[in-house]
Write a protein that binds this ligand. Structure first.
Ligand SMILES: Nc1ncnc2c1ncn2[C@@H]1O[C@H](COP(=O)(O)OP(=O)(O)OP(=O)(O)O)[C@@H](O)[C@H]1O
Length: 248
């Protein structure tokens, strides 16, 4: 119908997803549709962000509820393996062999992910501002360079969903701007977790706030800012603080 915009079909859909560790609920009945946009997941320590990202990357199954990839419910290992080809995941803690060069790391990641026609290492390294560093060894890189190398490994093979756990840790302000450029240049759904409300301000098309295993917010940055209470340094931070009930 003319004038009515139809939202793109979700890449991934979660319905009633729950997860517990040793009987202690960490995620409780989450519903989520992921579309090709940059979604920033905020939440305090222990909110369940990393646990949720493990589920989104299909590394771990939920104990209740269901996950769909392009409308297909993930029930069998075969389905999960096929879907995983379209998903890149950078965990919070990762390391690469110290004797590898940046190009070795990218080639190795392509091999691990069974990417048939990987982008050339130089291309993904350039996307994260590591052009000219292809022959630099991991052991000689700064923390920020390693972080960008990790992000580069997620860009090979044109993934449809990129899941990044705290990717901005270790990036300085200039590198954060570079990272924003990278995200705006990739043609994929991106979901990243962070502790920094500022990351949501700079990067997010959509903001999710997870608190005690439940979504307490799912909306745009202006909608988050509209919730601003008295605590915090910026409108977005004040909105976030009021959602998680912070009093300091
Ligand atoms: N493998 C595990 N076994 C037992 N408990 C776990 C396990 N992984 C996480 N937890 C617990 O589940 C809760 C949520 O952890 P999770 O790492 O998902 O939170 P988070 O929001 O990512 O936290 P942070 O911001 O500190 O990284 C925490 O209480 C954590 O201790």
């Amino acid at each position: 119908m003319a004038g009515v915009s139809v939202p793109e079909a979700p890449v991934m859909r979660l319905r009633g997803v729950s997860k517990s560790y040793a009987g202690r609920p960490v995620l409780s009945g989450l519903d989520l549709d992921i579309r090709p946009e940059v979604t920033v997941l905020l939440g305090p320590n222990g909110a369940g962000k990393s646990t949720l990202l493990d589920l989104l990357s299909l590394v771990a199954p939920p104990q209740a509820g269901m996950i769909e990839w392009h409308g297909e419910e993930m029930r069998r290992t075969r389905q999960v393996k096929r879907a995983m080809r379209g998903i890149s995941y950078l965990p919070q803690h990762f390391s690469f062999p110290s004797s590898y060069t940046a190009a070795d790391v990218v080639d190795y990641a392509a091999w691990l992910r069974k990417v048939r026609a990987p982008r050339r290492a130089g291309e993904v390294l350039a996307m994260v501002g590591l052009e000219g560093e292809a022959r630099k060894k991991v052991r000689t890189m700064s923390g920020g360079m390693r972080q960008r190398l990790g992000i580069a490994t997620c860009l090979i093979g044109d993934p449809e969903l990129i899941v990044l756990d705290e990717p901005t840790v270790g990036l300085d302000p200039a590198q954060r701007i570079q990272f924003r450029r990278v995200l705006s240049s990739v043609d994929a759904a991106v979901l990243l977790s962070t502790h920094l409300v500022e990351d949501a301000v700079v990067l997010a098309d959509r903001v999710l706030v997870l608190h005690e295993g439940r979504f307490v917010f799912d909306g745009s940055l202006p909608e988050l800012e509209a919730l601003a209470g008295p605590v915090g340094d910026s409108p977005a931070e004040r909105g976030y603080m009021s959602l998680i009930g912070a009093t300091r």
